[in-house]
Design a protein around this ligand. Structure first.
Ligand code: HXC
Length: 259
């Protein structure tokens, strides 16, 4: 039983809904701790193939860290808070299963940072992104100063962090911050379709592709290429490789076993 998170598991898809609608799903310490527990459980659960993260209500994905809680913290607690959020978001980024953010509204501060820690971002046309932290006298502390420039470039990242300007879904799509924009009422349905499509592919291959992209982004090109060869070889050694290639040649649907 979680207080601030709703879990829904169906057909290999785990949907995590951040559920504090009265404060637009702001992330307090309790919620981050709950999220960390959920993420750790996923790693041990063989049934879960794809994870979706979304926010409850019509208006907000996550409106950031909980400002009321943050205001009362001393500097040591402030450091613990940034480290906790950073750790949880890194665990999400490194999960062996793909994680899709279904951004249903405001993704501000820690909310934008949570979305950026996911593998893929699908947004409602009403979603709005931004890093408002400097307006509160702090800087983004859940990875925003690192992941935003990696997604949209250094100059743009500084522009949006310094000005705190909000970014519409359409703008976010055009600059590569998000990967698809869909009608508001169809967000979950469209996200499920994407999750189902991923599930139909070879799970070891998807996992190795995730590792190759994630780890390669932190390497020089030659090291990344070498890493790719090793991840490729792992996929090549799987039973699923034989199944995938046989299914193609036999003109049938592959039945992958994650082996
Ligand atoms: C705590 C929040 C909150 C937040 C909204 N609320 N965001 N409470 N922390 N991040 C609360 C409001 O206080 C209000 O409570 C209720 O949710 C509804 O919000 P409103 O402001 O009335 O709604 P609206 O006018 O529609 O404006 C929506 C909004 C605005 C534009 C999203 O709420 C907003 O600017 N929120 C703060 C966004 C922000 O600065 N996020 C970054 C946080 S810093 P009441 O009681 O009045 O109903 C951060 C740092 C991460 O994320 C790294 C830390 C280490």
């Amino acid at each position: 039983g979680y207080k601030n998170i709703i879990l829904d598991e169906k057909d290999g898809i785990l949907t995590i809904t951040i559920n504090r609608p009265k404060v637009l799903n702001a992330l307090n310490t309790d919620t981050l701790n709950e999220l960390e527990n959920v993420v750790r459980d996923i790693e041990r659960d063989k049934e879960i193939m794809v994870v979706i993260i979304t926010g409850s209500g019509e208006k907000s994905f996550v409106a950031g860290a909980d400002i009321a809680e943050m205001k009362s913290l001393n500097i040591h607690e402030g450091r613990n808070m940034t480290r906790l959020g950073q750790c949880v978001f890194q665990e999400i980024e490194n999960l062996s299963r793909p994680v899709i953010a279904a951004v249903n509204g405001y993704a501000l501060g820690g909310g934008c940072e949570l979305a950026m820690a996911c593998d893929i971002r699908i947004a409602s046309e009403k979603a709005k992104f931004g890093q408002p932290e400097v307006g509160l006298g702090i800087i983004p502390g859940y990875g925003g100063t690192q992941r935003l420039p990696r997604l949209i470039g250094k100059g743009r990242a500084k522009y949006y962090i310094f000005t705190t300007d909000m970014i519409t879904a359409e703008e976010a799509f055009n600059m590569g911050l998000i990967d698809k924009v869909v009608p508001h009422g169809k967000l979950y349905e469209e996200t499920l379709k994407i999750a189902e499509k991923i599930i139909s592919k070879g799970p070891i291959a998807v996992r190795m592709a995730k590792y190759a992209v994630n780890n390669g982004m932190n390497m020089d090109l030659a090291s990344g290429i070498a890493y790719e060869a090793e991840a490729y070889t792992t996929s090549f050694g799987s039973e699923d490789r034989i199944e995938g290639m046989s299914a193609f040649l036999e003109k049938r649907k592959a039945d992958f076993k994650d082996e």
